[in-house]
Design a protein around this ligand. Structure first.
Ligand SMILES: Cc1ncc(COP(=O)(O)O)c(C=O)c1O
Length: 434
């Protein structure tokens, strides 16, 4: 199972602290180089729209961001929108009628997400992370001892730990399918289905090997599970903004995602999609003021008849406004154009890796299974954690180790350039040969 090595994590935290402490000691030249204006890269084959877009992403000129699959940089549009809405909300005080239009932020964002990602507005709940959606889904059934859930061997801890917890609380059994490259989704699941299976919860795009499930395969699986009365949840943390996503076409009962990865939104934003006809079967575990339609002090309440019933309490409206602005910006750039560029950069990285002696590719080669997550297989004897730390601390190149010891994840979003890939691969080669 993909559990981050606790020793590595401690080391990560220790190194982060060390780096923060040493930053003020860096020479002025280095600070200018790292924190200054856009690097003088030549962008020989970078389209004009990407060069222009990079100017709107403050971190683009100062570090190489291959960590969109972890946490992405935001654009000035999203950043400014959050700041301006926070200022606006507090200008007269948040309860002042002159700022009552803040209340429109959430319905506007729900409608926007629904429109872009193939859902109805009342099928969208705004959350703070993918993990929140996964928890809504995983706690949506009345689990009993011996009930079974199917996950895969390529999950993020966010789609593993909740199941361990339910196993320990209620005695559920966790089964696993193989979502390594080249396995077949529907037969894999069918092999694990039993009379006790109650839910399948798997990644739409694996953070580990970058495999994207094909829409038609998800739809086939959804049909198969529906006929068996098994709930189907997709972890879509790596979906929207990275690959084409249409919730209705995918066919899953519910889908969890976030704003802070491929959509370049503010950190701590997310969405949970649930099919209208499955809303009442998606039982509530956490609830509160604003989940209800009606309630009284005598013990009666009715829930909202829409997915927003999963939202409650005071909300981060400025962040949600920034999330909305982030999606609008990507739409303006052209989602189709963004996907094409991600595909091109992926192919470029594959070709480069093939030219490097001893290196390989651990993510899919077939364009139909690819996402923006490219995974470089390092040569024998080379450890991805070591390379990751060096790249981060010495070169301000942000990548991520993944599960296999020699796998280094290079997430390629539209704003990355072939120059960045070339330069980074050269440095990686040097570290691995040292
Ligand atoms: C596949 C997958 N699921 C879930 C998560 C957790 O996402 P969040 O931080 O939005 O909860 C991640 C984060 O990297 C992920 O890659």
């Amino acid at each position: 199972m993909s559990i981050p090595d606790p020793i590595s994590r401690r080391r990560f935290l220790a190194q982060s602290a060390r780096f923060t402490l040493t930053l003020p000691l860096l020479s002025p030249t280095l600070i200018t180089r790292t924190l200054g204006a856009e690097n003088p890269l030549h962008f020989p084959d970078t389209p004009e729209w990407v060069i222009e877009a990079r100017k709107r992403i403050p971190s683009c000129g100062v570090s190489k961001n291959f960590q969109t699959a972890g946490i992405a940089p935001s654009s000035t549009l999203a950043i400014n929108e959050v700041a301006s809405k926070l200022n606006y909300q507090n200008r007269f005080g948040p309860t002042d009628p002159r700022v009552s239009d803040m209340a429109l932020i959430e319905p506007t964002l729900r409608a926007h997400l629904a429109n872009v990602f193939g859902a109805h507005t009342d099928e969208v709940a705004l959350t703070h992370s993918t993990s929140e959606g996964i928890n809504i889904a995983s706690w949506s059934l009345n689990w009993t001892d011996g009930d079974e859930v199917i996950i895969s061997n390529q999950e993020h801890p966010a789609n593993i730990v909740p199941w361990y917890n339910l196993r320990d609380r209620f005695g559920i059994v966790i089964r696993q399918i193989d979502l390594g490259i080249g396995t077949e989704l529907v037969p894999e699941v069918e092999n694990q289905l039993t009379k006790k299976t109650r839910m399948v919860s798997i990644s739409h795009v694996s953070k580990n090997n970058g495999r994207a499930l094909r829409t038609e395969h998800c739809a086939d699986l959804a049909e198969c599970l529906r006929s068996s009365g098994v709930a189907f949840h997709l972890d879509g943390a790596q979906g929207p903004g990275c690959i084409p996503v249409d919730f209705h076409e995918l066919g899953s009962d519910c889908y969890s995602t976030c704003g802070h990865k491929w959509l370049l939104g503010p950190k701590g934003t997310g969405a949970f999609f649930v099919r209208k006809e499955r809303l009442n079967d998606t039982l509530m575990s956490w609830t509160g003021a604003h989940s209800h339609d009606e309630f009284d002090y005598e013990g009666h309440f009715t829930l909202k008849d829409e997915a927003s019933r999963f939202e409650f309490g005071t909300r981060a409206l400025a962040d949600f406004a920034g999330f909305d602005a982030a999606i609008s910006w990507l739409e303006k750039l052209g989602l189709q154009r963004i996907m094409e560029r991600i595909r091109e950069l992926g192919q470029y990285a594959i070709d480069k890796a093939n030219e490097m002696n001893g290196f390989g590719c651990s993510s899919p080669l077939d364009a139909r299974d690819r996402s923006g997550i490219f995974v470089l297989r390092l040569p024998e004897g080379c450890n991805s954690w070591d390379v990751y730390y060096k790249l981060r601390d010495e070169d301000f190149i942000h990548t991520s180790p993944v599960r296999a010891e020699r796998d280094l994840r290079i997430a390629l979003h539209f704003f990355n350039t072939t120059d960045e890939i070339d330069e980074s691969f050269k440095i990686i080669e040097r570290y691995c040969r040292a």
